[in-house]
Design a binder for this molecule. Structure first.
Ligand code: AMP
Length: 284
């Protein structure tokens, strides 16, 4: 592994960094393009981090194709960092980063140890690359919040930049895991974003109760064949629970479609002049 950092990069150039697990798609490429526009030097890492897989089968099935990834990155990045497991976790490795309340919340609840593994590897990669900015997708919103908190708490001198989710025209969020969906399940999975979008319309029409939003989304996701819903949560943008929707919010979901576990979310900006929603089921 080459150690890339400010020592290697001349003239105080700014460094943009994109940590990935490979099997690159247009979502990853959008982060690389943004980093390219905003920095002098761009570093991409590909490392399938065993410590963030709570499920060993999931790790085994995780797609990888380094040749294709290298071709896709093309001229977009100046450096590609592909450390081995041994380089990242040599024998005797001891340290890990805790993520506080996130340990048992949302993804943390359903994937024990996932965020500790993710935060530890991201912390190591930031130490190696010493980037000015690191680019993370808002598709993994809780991950973005955790990494933002980590750099603040640990005085890591990197700005975390959250980037919008890139979707297929059907609305399905691009994900390396989509490769494992059958054609039929891919069509079913498109309903995830359609449901989130419909929920955002209800909020814009005056729905104020997080619980009613969650019920609406859950009921609609359950109607999609082959799915198993893990959680549906309506939260503030700092992932706090709310009694009433009176600010910008995010609806987060995790579910499996067939045997593939997917996550998605939608951010719904608060609009002051929302029309009041007429609840037909309240009319007697
Ligand atoms: P991964 O390789 O899945 O660990 O993802 C690497 C980075 O790409 C993370 O910051 C993800 O949030 C981001 N990412 C994954 N999918 C998308 C997408 N559809 N749109 C934008 N960013 C994404």
């Amino acid at each position: 592994m080459i150690e890339i950092g400010k020592n290697h990069i001349k003239n105080n150039n700014t460094i943009g960094f994109i940590p990935t697990m490979g099997a690159l798609h247009k979502g990853h490429l959008s982060l690389i393009q943004k980093a390219r526009k905003e920095n002098d030097v761009v570093i991409v890492s590909i490392f399938i981090n065993p410590k963030q897989f709570d499920n060993k089968q999931d790790l085994k099935k995780y797609p990888h194709d380094i040749k294709r990834d290298k071709a896709l990155i093309g001229a977009g990045a100046d450096y590609l960092l592909t450390p081995t497991n041994n380089e990242m976790y040599p024998s005797g490795f001891q340290t890990s980063i805790g993520v506080g309340d996130h340990t048992h919340d949302l993804e943390g609840k359903y994937r024990p140890g996932h965020f500790e593994g993710m935060a530890t590897v991201v912390c190591k990669l930031l130490s190696i690359c010493k980037p000015t900015r690191a680019y993370l997708g808002l598709k993994d919103y809780q991950q973005y919040i955790i990494v933002s908190q980590m750099v603040k708490d640990l005085h890591i001198n990197t700005k975390i930049v959250g980037c919008p989710t890139i979707r297929e025209t059907s609305g399905l969020a691009l994900s390396s895991r989509n490769m494992r969906l059958s054609a039929q399940d891919k069509d079913y999975a498109a309903h995830i974003y359609q449901t989130l979008f419909a929920a955002s319309v209800r909020i814009n029409n005056g729905e104020m109760h997080p619980q009613r939003v969650e019920e609406y989304v859950t009921n609609n996701l359950k109607k999609i064949p082959t799915t198993k819903v893990e959680y549906v949560a309506t939260r503030s943008l700092s992932l706090k629970k709310m009694k009433k929707i009176n600010q910008d919010i995010i609806i987060l979901v995790a579910l499996s479609v067939g045997s593939v576990r997917l996550i998605d979310n939608i951010i719904v900006p608060f609009q002051k002049n929302r029309r009041s929603l007429i609840h037909l089921d309240n009319i007697v």
